[in-house]
Every structure is written in structure tokens, then in C-alpha cells.
Design a protein around this ligand. Structure first.
Ligand code: ADP
Ligand code: MG
Length: 455
């Protein structure tokens, strides 16, 4: 099963668990997962054209009433906040829409192929702050004069702090300034895969030739070597050869040499021969500077409102630069998708920071006030004994929602409505439950009110 299929299966299973059957069959059963962008954390869902159904209506219900629910379910499955875009399958198929294209590209180009340097990962695009000053200075010195300053250069830090960026920056700089040099970038994982492949195909000679004849070797995520003995062994010899030939070696890892599990001591010793530079998460000012730079690169005008958004993101995304950039990218992408202005409120909504507060705010009083507004009646009518059909309908819906969304007991709910008997409340709740199954209109009303309540 492909990844999209796997996610689709999980998504449908969860939706089935969480909704009654009629709703599930009416709205979710046909959903397809068209593609998943794991960089921007967006799932593109599609609905096939259903014969005899009003597709515009179906799409509007899915987008307006259920996208929130689908997002929550997907967020649970993926383990991080996901957004969904729902379109008709047809729309994807004849989509020449440039935006979709752009998003795809941005996602794809994040996965580097060895030995091609991503032009965005230049020194110019690297924002220097206290947390990465040393690593940046050392990387730049190496790029200016390989094998003459720090050799080997060992850079370490948590994921998303710019190690790969610096390795690429060295490569880009050398490509420009010393095109005659052979510079090779490889992740330790790919180094290992290539080695295994070479052994299988009896091509170890070619493998050695490739790696032992470069002027600069940039090797990323060396902690991966902790997993395999053969590749450590091979890397040890590669390292020695290169070093003795006067080649530059730059290494990145997620921790200090000492702390890499299962790494031979003699390799640890080699890594400690020269400079070890760490990178720690950026401080607030640096986070702002990074987002400003990114905004510029995206062609955004930095006005007062965007500055508020940048400050907001800098406050919530502290752990690493990937998360920081991801948050801004998500806001920008969604603003484009939904034709919205990039405002603080939109950013907060998109990044979901206020979800928790909103959900916590569901009280019987709020339900009563939102429901009476929704049906254009007075809140006091809900507590009265009026039997007018619109009032009775609103009252019954309010009872049902309080029952579902707060932990009030039936007698307590009765009290909120002017002292009604608990069997009256029970009767109302049952009736609404039945209606949600038989009446699309009621089902939609309820979803809409829940939306207003911020669920
Ligand atoms: P790592 O390899 O340490 O996991 P990356 O180099 O992949 O991290 O960086 C993650 C993202 O953050 C990349 O898009 C990178 O361009 C960006 N980034 C990291 N540090 C900086 C920085 N100081 N200035 C600008 N962008 C940065
Ligand atoms: Mg990396």
C-alpha cells in the first residue's frame, strides 16, 4: 500500500468510528487522499464525481462543515498539525494551477539528491545569530580556503537548525569560486546505501574511487553511522585517505562525537582532531530576522500587519528553524489558497494556537446565546414555555448541544431552560439525534453552530 493509501485507510477508519453511519456514508466514504505534502503539512483530498449528486453542494458541505473535523482526525493520525484542501478529483486532474505546482516543487526540492546544491541554501540566505555564529564562521572559512583552516570541521546541533544548509552553502560557494575543485555532498545514510549496493554488485572499487578522490567531502548526519559496522569501517578508510591527501572534510551530526552511540573510538578521535562547532536554537531576534529574510524571499511586503504575524510566529515556534519557516510558509500558502489577507488573526487561525482556548470556552450559557443568535430569537425564549415551532426547535437543539459539548447532567440542563423536567430534556436530545440522521438540514445547522462555538 502506498503512503497516501495508507493514510486514507486510517483517515476513513477514524471518521467512521467518530460519526454515525448515515453521515459517514453521505460525506466521507468517497474521500480520496490525492497527495500529502509533508513539508507544509497539507493533505490534498479529492471527491470523485458522484452520479446524480449535486457536486457543488457536496463540496460546500465538506469544505465548510467538515474540513475542521477532517483536519483534527488527520492531525491525530500524523502526529502534528495538518491542514486539508478539498477539491473534486476532476479539479486536480485538469489542474494547471500554478500554485499547486509551486507547492509540489517546494516540497520536492527539499529532498536533495546528493551532489546537487540547493541554491536557496547559500551563505547569503543564512541568518547569523548567537546560536550559530561559530558554525557559520567556521563553515565560511572552510569555503574560502578548504583544508587550510579547520580540517575536519565538525558541526553538530539538533534537527532543523541549519546544518545541511551550511554544508550546501560551502558547496555552492566553492562551485562559484573554485569550479575546478571536486566537491561532494553525501548523507551518511546514502553513503551507506551506496556502499551496500557496491558490495552487492562487486563494485567496491568504483565506490572507493568516487569517495577517495574528492577535494572536499561534505558528509551529513553522521550519527547514522552508529547503525552499521561496515560503513563505519569504510568511512574510516575514506577519512584517512582524504585527510592524508590534503582534502577537506566537513561533518555534521546531531550530537557531539563522544555521544554518538556505537561509533568506533578511533572515528570519534578523528572527529575531534580539529574544530567542533555546535548550533543551538535561535533567540527571538534571530527568529525575527530569519522570518524577515524568508518574507523577502517570498516577495512579501513587510508592513505592520505582517510584522505582527512574524512576531507571533517567533513566539510560538522556538525549537528550530524548520518549524519557524514551516509556520510562515503555511500561513502564506493558505492565504493564497483561500484568497485571504495575511493578518495576525488569520495566522492564529491557521496555526491553530487558539483552538484550545476556544474549545474550553463551551459553556451552557454560550451554547444558549449562540443558538438563539443563530435562530434569531431571544435567549429568554429558550427558557420560556413557548411552543412556537422555531422556538421549540432552537430549544431542543440547544439542549442537545449542551448535552453533547459540556458535562451537564439531564436535570441540570432542565434547570438551564427554566426548570424543565429531565425527561423533557432526554426526549429533546433523542429527537435531535434522530433528526441528524434523517434531515440533512438539521445536520448542517448543528455543524454550523458547532463551528460558531469554535469546535
Ligand atoms: P538541519 O540539517 O540542521 O536539520 P537544515 O539545514 O535542513 O537543518 O535547516 C532547516 C531549514 O531551516 C532549512 O530550510 C534552512 O534553510 C533553514 N535555516 C536553518 N538555519 C537558518 C539560518 N540561520 N538562516 C536561514 N535559514 C535557516
Ligand atoms: Mg540536515
Amino acid at each position: 500500500m502506498g503512503r497516501s493509501e495508507e493514510i486514507r485507510a486510517q483517515l476513513l477508519e477514524k471518521l467512521r468510528e467518530e460519526t454515525i453511519e448515515t453521515i459517514y456514508n453521505a460525506w466521507f466514504a468517497e474521500l480520496r487522499v490525492f497527495s500529502i505534502d509533508e513539508v507544509l503539512d497539507i493533505a490534498y483530498l479529492g471527491v470523485p464525481d458522484l452520479p446524480g449528486k449535486d457536486m457543488n453542494f457536496i463540496m460546500s458541505i465538506l469544505r465548510n462543515r467538515y474540513s475542521h473535523k477532517i483536519e483534527n482526525v488527520l492531525t491525530n493520525i500524523m502526529g502534528r498539525r495538518f491542514r486539508v484542501v478539498i477539491k473534486r478529483v476532476e479539479e486536480y486532474e485538469d489542474e494547471t494551477d500554478s500554485l499547486k505546482h509551486q507547492i509540489k516543487e517546494s516540497a520536492a526540492s527539499k529532498h536533495f539528491y546528493d551532489n546537487s546544491f540547493d541554491p536557496r541554501y547559500s551563505f547569503d540566505n543564512f541568518v547569523v545569530g548567537d546560536g550559530n555564529k561559530l558554525a557559520h564562521a567556521a563553515a565560511f572559512a572552510v569555503a574560502e580556503s578548504p583544508a587550510q583552516s579547520y580540517n575536519p570541521l565538525y558541526i553538530y546541533g539538533n534537527s532543523g537548525l541549519g546544518k545541511t544548509h551550511l554544508l550546501h552553502a560551502i558547496g555552492l560557494h566553492l562551485e562559484k569560486t573554485k569550479p575546478e575543485m571536486s566537491v561532494l555532498y553525501v548523507s551518511a545514510e546514502n553513503f551507506t546505501n551506496e556502499l551496500v549496493d557496491a558490495i552487492r554488485k562487486n563494485r567496491t572499487y568504483d565506490f572507493k574511487e568516487k569517495y577517495r578522490n574528492v577535494d572536499v567531502l561534505l558528509i551529513d548526519d553522521i550519527q547514522f553511522f552508529g547503525r552499521t559496522k561496515e560503513s563505519q569501517e569504510e568511512f574510516f578508510h575514506t577519512f584517512n585517505d582524504l585527510y592524508h591527501n590534503g582534502s577537506q572534510i566537513v561533518i555534521s551530526s546531531d550530537c557531539e562525537p563522544d555521544k554518538i552511540d556505537n561509533l568506533q573510538d578511533r572515528l570519534k578521535t578523528r572527529f575531534q582532531w580539529n574544530l567542533i562547532a555546535d548550533i543551538v536554537p535561535p533567540d527571538y531576534e534571530t527568529r525575527i530576522a530569519i522570518l524577515l529574510k524568508l518574507s523577502e524571499a517570498n516577495g512579501l511586503t513587510v508592513d505592520e500587519e505582517l510584522m505582527k504575524v512574524i512576531q507571533f510566529i517567533s513566539e510560538i515556534a522556538k525549537a528550530n528553524v524548520r518549524e519557524l519557516e514551516g509556520s510562515l510558509n503555511r500561513v502564506v500558502t493558505f492565504a493564497r489558497l483561500f484568497n485571504e489577507k495575511i493578518t495576525l488573526a488569520f495566522a492564529q487561525k491557521t496555526l491553530g494556537s487558539s483552538n484550545v482556548e476556544r474549545r474550553a470556552g463551551v459553556t451552557p450559557e454560550r451554547v444558549k446565546s449562540v443558538v438563539s443568535d443563530f435562530y434569531h430569537i431571544e435567549a429568554s425564549d429558550l427558557e420560556s414555555a413557548k411552543r412556537q415551532s422555531n422556538v421549540a426547535h432552537a430549544r431542543m437543539i440547544a439542549m442537545y448541544l449542551i448535552r453533547e459539548m459540556t458535562d451537564s447532567s439531564l436535570p441540570k440542563i432542565g434547570e438551564y431552560f427554566g426548570g424543565k423536567h429531565h425527561t423533557t430534556v432526554l426526549h429533546a436530545c433523542k429527537k435531535v439525534e434522530n433528526l441528524t440522521e434523517s434531515s440533512l438540514e438539521v445536520e448542517c445547522e448543528i455543524e454550523e453552530i458547532k463551528g460558531l462555538l469554535g469546535r
